[in-house]
Write a protein that binds this ligand. Structure first.
Ligand SMILES: NC(=O)c1ccc[n+]([C@@H]2O[C@H](COP(=O)([O-])OP(=O)(O)OC[C@H]3O[C@@H](n4cnc5c(N)ncnc54)[C@H](O)[C@@H]3O)[C@@H](O)[C@H]2O)c1
Ligand SMILES: O=P(O)(O)OC[C@@H](O)[C@@H](O)[C@H](O)[C@H](O)CO
Length: 503
């Protein structure tokens, strides 16, 4: 094995060189594969094109220390392998300056968010990182939230900073924002880059709910102080922060050792922080910043007044079709999205969904040619070089379906048209869950325990009661479509067929 990539490694000619920032200007929460192949790449290209080197990234990873272990020995430097069926290209990225974990250094993360040189906080923490109750407010019972809110209240009244390790993204963020207000109050923009409809609005709402809950009724130093702290923080959030929404798009599978072995001879060094991505990428950002930002437009980002139609189109077209293909593909025994979409029956189902069910719900949006986008999406999914696994795309269905597929069903039902393929997708998800349980495999989902109970209680005499399973899962998903009798009947019918097909 070659020596590890470091800041000093001289790389062969032909590898895209990296940029070394002059200082940190961005904090990123959730440094998974996607951030490294998307926002970090845009940031590096913006710095290169503008010559403004203030935008180095201090990154935090919460759920595991793996990325810290991968990047720290490399001084934050890593490669992005862009893979196409015909061409592979390797570029180095040098903009990540530091990787922190809350378990080791919550104080460092809080101080980084409060650093006056930092003007932007970006976030990619998956759908699970935005815990919400059915009414969209912060789920105070979710992992880590209560301890973070107690820590926020203690820090606000002069307690030691970062003594309690941050247990949630919302907690980490709000504790950093509160420290920023206390120390100097300079403006900051928080940019969610997760696949959520109105991601900026959702994030701001959860931050404000966290402030309300932390200082509710009696705070550590009495009700009046607590109310004062909440009022001061809200007022600062009103005037000195912005939470623009974004549409982010680039297919970035989890990196495997096979990819690291392909990159090693190209680089002449071992890169544990390598990420792999398709060539296509988009970033549409609501043009609403509280302070300075990198000139991401020089790297191809698009700034618009209203990003939500773009985000909605991407979720209902690309992400929804991805989920449909994942569950149908899993039932047919495929391992990757490319294998599944090469199956003519699955490809036809996905095309029908895109053109006949999703696109009509986006009518009136002229920011994208939806028919061309449908073709592009299917071609991107077919890229066999990516090896994007069904396991990754199919994870967290209980959180993804309500964002991607059910809104399409709701709009179609409201228009008096049956959402047949959405029902097929929900039925495929249900059958996929049964197959996982039957195989004794864990369900990869933020609500796995509830799903396991629903699947178990629908088992009668060695077979699945399709109406009971459909009803249990739709009750869990909730929302207008899931409650609609015609949709419930459609899902039940499709599921009965599916389970029949499984036997
Ligand atoms: N990978 C892609 O193709 C892609 C494309 C567009 C958007 N995205 C968005 O980026 C997200 C992350 O994708 P990725 O490929 O980087 O995944 P990843 O698994 O590589 O990284 C996930 C990151 O989220 C953090 N995380 C997970 N659950 C969390 C929780 N409950 N609280 C706080 N942090 C949590 C992890 O610690 C990690 O840093 C996606 O869920 C999606 O919203 C991904
Ligand atoms: O990243 P997730 O888990 O929200 O969803 C899985 C995929 O649908 C998603 O990552 C797409 O590849 C991506 O959104 C393309 O831009």
């Amino acid at each position: 094995m070659s020596a590890r990539l470091t800041r000093r490694t001289e790389v062969p000619a032909g590898i895209g060189d990296d940029v070394r920032p002059a200082r940190a200007g961005i904090v990123h929460l959730g440094v998974g594969a996607f951030h490294r192949a998307h926002q970090a790449v845009y940031t590096q290209e913006a710095m290169r094109a503008s010559g403004d080197l203030r935008w180095g990234i201090v990154a935090a990873t919460q759920r595991s220390a793996t990325v810290a272990e991968q990047l720290r020995p490399q001084g934050g430097r890593y490669g992005v392998l862009t893979v196409d069926p015909d061409e592979t290209r390797l570029d180095l990225v040098g903009v990540v300056l530091e990787v922190l974990t809350p378990a080791e250094d919550t104080e460092g993360i809080v101080r980084a968010i409060a650093d006056p040189d930092v003007h932007v906080v970006t976030v990619t923490v998956t759908e699970k990182g935005y815990p919400q109750r059915p009414d969209g407010t912060l789920d105070l019972a979710a992992d880590g939230i209560a301890a973070d809110l107690a820590a926020l209240a203690a820090e606000e009244s002069g307690g030691p900073l970062g003594e309690t390790p941050a247990g949630s993204m919302i907690g980490m963020l709000v504790r950093g924002l509160a420290e920023r207000r206390r120390t100097h109050g300079a403006p900051v923009t928080v940019v969610s880059c997760d696949n959520l409809d109105g991601n900026g609005r959702v994030l701001e709402r959860l931050v404000r709910n966290a402030v309300e809950a932390a200082f509710e009724a009696s705070g550590p130093s009495g009700a009046a102080d607590a109310t004062g702290a909440a009022v001061a923080l809200h007022a600062w959030l009103d005037t000195r922060t912005a939470f623009p929404s974004t549409m982010v798009d680039r297919i970035v599978p989890a990196t495997t050792d096979a990819w690291r072995e392909i990159a090693e001879p190209l680089l002449g060094a071992r890169d544990e922080g390598l990420v792999v991505a398709e060539p296509t990428r988009y970033w549409v950002i609501e043009d609403r910043f509280a302070g300075p930002r990198p000139r991401w437009e020089l790297a191809g980002a698009r700034f618009v007044d209203d990003v939500e139609p773009f985000e909605r189109a991407k979720l209902r077209m690309l992400n929804a079709a991805h989920s449909l293909i994942a569950y149908r593909g899993a039932l047919a025994g495929y391992g990757t999205i490319a294998e599944a979409v090469a199956d003519p029956e699955i490809a036809a189902l996905a095309r029908g969904y895109l053109l006949d069910e999703a696109a009509p719900t986006l009518a009136g949006f002229d920011g994208l040619d939806l028919s061309a986008y449908a073709d592009e999406v299917l071609a991107r999914f077919a890229n066999p070089a990516l090896g994007h696994t069904i396991e990754k795309v199919g994870a967290d269905g209980s959180l993804k379906l309500p964002l991607r597929l059910l809104p399409v069903a709701a709009d179609r039902l409201a228009a008096g048209r049956p959402p047949v393929v959405v029902a097929e997708a929900v039925a495929a998800w249900a059958a996929f869950l049964v197959a996982r349980v039957d195989a004794g495999e864990p369900i990869a989902d933020g609500r796995a325990a509830e799903l396991a109970v629903i699947v178990a209680s629908s088992q009668v005499g060695g077979s699945t009661d399709a109406p009971a399973l459909a009803a249990g899962l739709l009750d869990l998903l909730g929302g207008a479509a899931a409650e609609h009798p015609a949709f419930r009947a459609l899902v039940t019918e499709r599921l009965a067929d599916r389970l029949g097909a499984l036997v």
